[in-house]
Ligand binder design. Structure first.
Ligand code: GLY
Length: 317
């Protein structure tokens, strides 16, 4: 058995690559990193890697993580600039005994020393988004409250599981702000003896509930990934509303070590991608039916519209 699941339609091309690798007895670590890199490299996805939207100082600061579910090794980078593929740096850090989570200048020094590719990650398009957003904001600079992080869980034929994330974080965030994506248990978690989960949404709220770990914990108790995702997202969203009056965007995907998978969200419009031996890489769109997050295969019209809107010409206002 093998399989891979990821947040958002933007993961489709990467998941397709990873699926090929897994089908050919590839390693879950190599496959997931290739899949995330494909998202990081695509300039039209404005929330991950190259083309990601900048912080309030118009600097693109990126967060990423990698976890090996066999050894429970974790590597993470936060607020790193000017490197093409933060997920590769995170994976390298996961091999270290200590110093597994590096941020800012320290992470950049490490990446430089280890020969990772440098790149100016601010695209012209992201710059236009920044200036347009600045114009719209008449009072203070406010970050967006939701976010499209790419988060994945992967299982290979040797029963090894991995998880990885990559994000440019909230658009217009404060310099140095780090969200849930590189934080173990919040943005991701994986244990090859159980399964893994990963999150997208408002990092500040996802971190309050360590939601990825919570899903893995429930799967360990025997819950199906779908039931575990729904329970974790619904329970924690309600808890946030009770205590704080509101809950930020939160969408989770999960896969267990049998290749069963699931998702849950508290927003409209969440999409995700899955590939297994029985399922070619497929995009699903999620909607709510009562407490349940139900999903259906994205229509060709939805898929065409997705790419059209992502790549539409953009003018500076
Ligand atoms: N979930 C990504 C972030 O809040 O940065």
């Amino acid at each position: 058995m093998y399989g891979i699941i990821a947040t958002w339609r933007m993961a489709l091309e990467g998941i397709t690559k990873a699926d090929e690798m897994l089908k050919n007895h590839g390693d879950a670590g190599d496959a997931i990193v290739e899949a995330v890199k494909a998202v990081e490299d695509f300039p039209y996805y404005k929330s991950v890697g190259y083309g990601g939207l900048p912080n309030e100082e118009m600097i693109v600061e990126l967060d990423a993580a990698y976890m090996n579910g066999n050894t429970l090794s974790v590597g993470c980078v936060g607020a790193i600039k000017d490197f093409a593929n933060p997920v590769e740096i995170a994976r390298k850090l996961s091999h270290e005994k200590v110093n597994n989570f590096l941020v800012g200048a320290g992470a950049e020094k490490y990446a430089s020393k280890n020969g990772f590719e440098r790149k100016n990650m601010l695209t012209e398009r992201a710059e236009i988004h920044y200036h347009n957003r600045l114009k719209e904001m008449t009072q203070e600079i406010k970050p967006y409250s939701g976010h499209d992080t790419v988060g994945m869980v992967c299982l290979d034929e040797n029963a090894k599981m991995t998880s990885a994330t990559s994000t440019s974080g909230l658009f217009m965030k404060r310099s140095g702000r780090v969200g849930d994506s590189p934080v173990s248990g919040s943005g991701f978690y994986v244990d090859s003896e159980v399964g893994g989960a990963s999150a997208t949404g408002l990092g500040e709220d996802v971190m309050k509930g360590c939601v990825s770990y919570e899903i893995v914990r429930m799967m360990k108790e025997g819950m199906h990934p779908q039931a575990a995702c729904e329970k974790a997202v619904n329970t924690f969203s309600k808890e946030l509303i009770k205590r704080r009056g509101e809950a930020g965007d939160m969408s989770l995907i999960a896969m267990n070590n049998k290749g069963e998978w699931g998702c849950a969200t508290n927003i409209e419009g969440f999409s995700f991608v899955v590939a297994t031996p029985e399922l070619e890489p497929t995009v699903f769109v999620v909607k709510h039916e009562g407490e349940h997050s139900v999903f259906e295969k994205a229509s060709q019209e939805w898929l065409d519209d997705y790419m059209r809107t992502r790549t539409a010409p953009l003018v500076r206002k």
